[in-house]
Design a protein around this ligand. Structure first.
Ligand code: NAD
Length: 297
């Protein structure tokens, strides 16, 4: 019998680009989902984007309309974490900020049933510290999905010092049930994926800052010269420049090495609110129908 058989309902905290994708893949695998955000506008916007993505899947013949309807019927939007009382598993995908995540883990510990596993989709923050604010540290783990969640096949599983073998097995099995391939890493800042990626994005920012070449040339150097599917500045815009900055700060602070320092240009863009795709402007400009609707509303 599968070790995930007892998971029927999953709570997702944060309805941004990652939380929305996590809710989608969980619901697609037949699980009931509670998708929570502190901001009602974000929840409504998230549902509009999810509908748009599923409509595209129908147009491409990858999904039937009745499958979309069934998937959407399994997702309940909420601003009330008390509704997580039914959840057997929770994934926190809120803003990359240690204080925010600590508060959420305290709340998850309070409102979810005792047996529930509490996972974080954090890109860099210590799972051992997050586990430490709960009364169930052995049932806390990192479940780091890639962006966009429905398309990217990898999940990085991070074991906090306190994570039990049972929690690790259930979480890995759940990721496989979602069609993902797992890698496992120890709890060190940035884990594996962002320990490698963020210095690359930082360096691309330094190249731009020093005026060596244009934004487009930097991405072409990576795409056409190194066979990367997406250049570092396009990827930074997709991730969100606020998230890239937050990860770089964690790497620099926690690993104590200046080589991870975030470039001034990245700090400036974040200060200007140019966060990438999610705000319509980063290193590139973006304009989608749903983004326009959001601004007008
Ligand atoms: P985002 O900015 O798109 O969404 C974050 C959401 O969290 C926002 O909607 C915000 O309203 C909500 N939020 C903030 N505080 C909250 C609270 N206390 N309670 C409930 N909701 C709250 O960010 P994102 O890109 O979806 O990233 C979310 C997490 O996933 C971060 O930890 C990030 O590091 C991680 N992650 C991001 C990527 C990526 O490519 N963007 C990839 C992997 C992991």
């Amino acid at each position: 019998m599968s070790v995930t058989t007892n998971i029927r309902c999953v709570g997702v905290v944060g309805a941004g680009q990652m939380g929305r994708g996590i809710a989608q893949v969980m619901a697609a695998s037949g699980l009931r989902v509670r998708l929570l955000d502190s901001d009602t506008d974000v929840l409504n916007h998230s549902l509009a984007l999810l509908r748009r993505d599923l409509s595209r899947s129908i147009e491409k013949g990858r999904m039937k309309p009745e499958e979309r309807d069934a998937l959407l019927s399994r997702i309940v939007l909420t601003t009330d974490i008390a509704s997580f009382v039914e959840c057997d598993f929770a994934v926190e995908a809120a803003t990359e900020d240690q204080a925010v995540k600590r508060d959420i883990f305290r709340e998850l510990d309070h409102y979810t049933p005792e047996h529930a596993i509490l996972a974080s989709n954090t890109s860099s923050i210590s799972l051992t510290k997050l586990a430490g604010v709960t009364g169930r540290p052995e049932r806390v783990i990192g479940m780091h999905f890639m962006n966009p969640v429905p398309r990217m096949p990898l999940v990085e599983i991070i074991r906090a010092l306190q994570t039990s073998d049972a929690t690790y097995e259930v979480t890995s099995e759940l990721a496989r049930r979602l069609g993902k391939t797992c890698i496992t890493t120890k709890d060190m800042p940035g884990f594996v994926v962002n320990r490698m990626l963020i210095p690359f994005i930082n360096e691309a920012c330094f190249v731009l800052q020093e005026g060596l070449c244009t934004v487009e040339d930097i991405d072409q150097a990576s795409e056409l010269g190194l066979s990367h599917p997406m250049g570092p500045l396009k990827l930074a815009d997709l991730i969100g420049l606020d998230t890239c900055l937050a990860i770089a700060e964690v790497l620099q602070r926690e690993l104590g090495e200046d080589k991870y320092r975030p470039p001034a240009i990245l700090r400036n863009y974040v200060a200007a609110g140019w966060l990438g795709r999610k705000t319509g402007r980063g290193f590139y400009e973006y304009d989608t129908a749903v983004e326009r609707q959001r601004k007008v509303a």
